[in-house]
Design a protein around this ligand. Structure first.
Ligand code: SF4
Length: 261
């Protein structure tokens, strides 16, 4: 459990993320540990995380915990190690659990396994999604759940009484269809909309993929990268219109540089 400038605390049960999204902003984690493999091809399991957490819940001030900021807490290896589940159980069984609200954000249907524990916590469960087109997902987010699985998982969570939200992220210029996402996700309590993080490490990795698979979208990306303010205003205006049209409250619209780490 680490203090964070993005929220009060973050918990990252893993270093690396097997989902391997082509736009991931967390690849800088490789630098800290001198990792040579490509992002998506390594994963380090923080096996002692649940044990350490017991004391941290006691000593830390009340606040909001985001899981997770630089990995997906349901990255595929979680099915084997169950570190995330142990973390959630540690919080649920702690005498200090009421000090903390929890925000879970994933792209995996594996979270269904833990609905029983989530129901014991003050939690908002979100799915990150940027398209309904599974052909796009298979290229951009090769190991994550397909969009229909993510939406189904959120609906199932809601039926269990868990508060759910949509994290429309990142808005991929010329690819993300905000209207169809707002329409499909309007059963959620609220939605975040996050623009693409256009820091150099993201762009260097993402643009060859766009050029290869979606060459007709290059001009949309060029506009978003070179005119960030105009692009932000355009997305903001559209999101505000869709908020009214589909009754899905926009919690916030995040500009890429506000999350630049
Ligand atoms: S799921 Fe999140 S942390 Fe994992 S690769 Fe994708 S963007 Fe990065």
């Amino acid at each position: 459990m680490t203090k964070s400038k993005l929220t009060d605390y973050v918990i990252n049960p893993y270093t690396g993320c097997q989902h391997g999204c082509k736009y991931c902003y967390a690849t800088f984690m490789k630098r800290f540990q001198n990792i040579k493999e490509d992002w998506g091809e390594f994963i380090h399991v923080k096996v002692n995380c649940p044990e350490l957490l017991k004391k941290e819940l006691e000593k830390n001030k009340p606040g909001h915990i985001w899981m997770s900021s630089v990995t997906d807490l349901y990255t595929p290896i979680e099915a084997k190690y169950k570190i995330t589940r142990k973390i959630l159980e540690t919080i649920a069984n702690s005498p200090y659990k009421n000090k903390f609200s929890i925000e879970i954000l994933t792209k995996s249907a594996l979270v269904r396994r833990d609905f029983d524990v989530l129901k014991e916590l003050n939690v908002d469960l979100g799915m990150s999604i940027n398209t309904l087109d599974e052909n796009v997902t298979k290229i951009i987010e090769p190991m994550a759940a397909l969009p229909k699985e993510r939406i189904k998982t959120l609906k199932q969570a809601k039926e269990k009484g868990i508060k759910v939200y949509a994290f429309i992220s990142p808005v991929l210029p010329g690819i993300t269809n905000l209207e169809e996402l707002f329409k499909e996700l309007n059963f959620c309590e609220y939605a975040w909309v996050e623009l693409l993080n256009t820091k150099p490490s993201v762009i260097e990795r993402l643009m060859p993929v766009i050029k290869k698979h979606f060459p007709e979208k290059m001009k949309d990306f060029d506009f978003a990268i070179n005119h960030p303010k105009e692009y932000f205003e355009k997305v903001k205006k559209e999101a505000k219109q869709l908020e009214k049209k589909y009754g899905l409250r926009v919690h916030d619209i995040i500009e890429h540089n506000s999350l630049d780490l």
